[in-house]
Design a protein around this ligand. Structure first.
Ligand code: SAH
Length: 343
């Protein structure tokens, strides 16, 4: 017998063609889709479907779920960190943060990562496998189930490089946005990349209103080469060129992420270099005091350096914010939980 498929891996359109192929009326697909994202556990709960359709679904499909393996709740700021166990036993992390505008979940897009950034805990152990769109949807659903509330904002900034798993990530974005499903607004979704140039250009053509974030972390090639190996493939000039094309095509503002690391990229000279790179661009800079990862040598820039860096950018007409640090008492950042639990 053919292996059962996870129904959460179907877009609404894919579900429609499945239904039509089975010579059933197309509207059944919409009904099934709605039930899935109301988070039913079994096909038997889909009470408006004919019995033989329910039986067919049961035979051919299953409703994929992830189990909460570990949950940590910050005493400082209510940030929650989850380690979710996928069906094949692999585990991924996601984080729920509370902001004034609502709850934001940071999800993983791959089990592990192959970008190998020097400061990032997710790089340790390399890439195990890509995640499916259904597994990404289930990250949002599992956490929403746990808190008993809808999640309004999503950032793809957990473990993995979203553009290294492009097809599934795009499928996830479209499905999570579907009004019949979770209906998370595209403008409430941010996708972050280490700079896969061809995919940035492809993403510009998707007609999605999501925010694109670029992990820049350095404004010159030698420094970026030491921090992010991807820079050896797509250098800063090429990356900035792709960003300009993206802005031209979409008219959307890009967020540049810049993790400030003591004595590596936090000097005034670095701030001027970054200003020169971004001047006149439709963008915003997110300055992130780097999170110390045990296995790595990098230190956080000090407060004076961070403030100075920010004021230089602003002096050059570049909007910048310093990202608030959340959940530091629960190791909330960047792949740290998987390491700790050895999965
Ligand atoms: N692969 C994607 C998305 C996941 S990483 C990307 O590179 O953008 C999400 C963000 O966290 C990236 O900006 C990444 O550079 C940053 N990051 C990774 N490790 C970090 C650390 N130790 N401290 C601060 N930011 C970190």
């Amino acid at each position: 017998m053919e292996q059962k498929k996870n129904i959460k891996d179907f877009t609404l359109e894919e579900l429609e063609s499945y239904i039509v192929q089975n010579k059933l009326p197309k509207f059944r697909a919409g009904q099934i889709f709605e039930w899935i994202y109301k988070d039913v556990e079994s096909f038997d709960q889909m009470t408006n479907l004919p019995k033989d359709l329910v039986n067919k679904l049961k035979q051919e499909l299953y409703i994929g779920r992830a189990a909460i393996e570990v949950k940590l709740v910050s005493k400082e700021d209510k940030t929650r960190k989850y380690l979710l166990k996928l069906e094949d036993g692999n585990a991924v992390e996601c984080v729920l943060m509370e902001y004034s505008y609502g709850k934001t979940i940071c999800i993983s897009t791959q089990v592990g990562c192959r970008m190998n950034c020097a400061f990032c805990a997710s790089a340790i152990g390399g890439l195990t496998r890509h995640m499916t769109s259904g597994e990404m949807l289930e990250e949002v659903m599992a956490v929403s189930r746990d808190i008993g509330e809808r999640i309004s904002n999503i950032v793809l900034m957990g473990t993995g490089e979203p553009f290294d798993n492009y097809k599934e990530v795009i499928k996830f974005l479209r499905t999570v946005n579907n009004q019949k499903g979770m209906n998370v607004g595209q403008r409430h979704i941010t996708i972050s990349t280490s700079g896969l140039v061809p995919k940035i250009l492809e993403f510009a053509e998707e007609e999605l209103q999501c925010t694109l974030a670029i992990s820049l972390h350095a404004a010159d090639n030698p420094t970026r080469n030491t921090l992010m190996p991807i820079n050896k493939k797509y250098r800063i000039e090429e990356l900035m060129d792709a960003c300009r094309q993206y802005i031209k095509k979409t008219n959307r503002r890009i967020t540049f992420e810049y993790a400030l690391i003591k004595d590596i990229n936090d000097s005034e000279e670095s701030a001027y270099k970054l200003s020169n790179l971004l001047r006149g661009m439709l963008c915003h800079v997110n300055l992130i005091p780097i999170n110390k990862v045990e296995e790595k040598v990098f230190e956080k820039a000090n407060k004076t350096a961070i403030d100075k860096f920010k004021s230089i950018l602003e002096g050059n007409g570049i909007e910048a914010t310093v990202r608030r640090e959340l959940g530091s008492d629960i190791n909330a950042a960047c792949g740290q939980l998987r390491q700790q639990y050895g999965v």
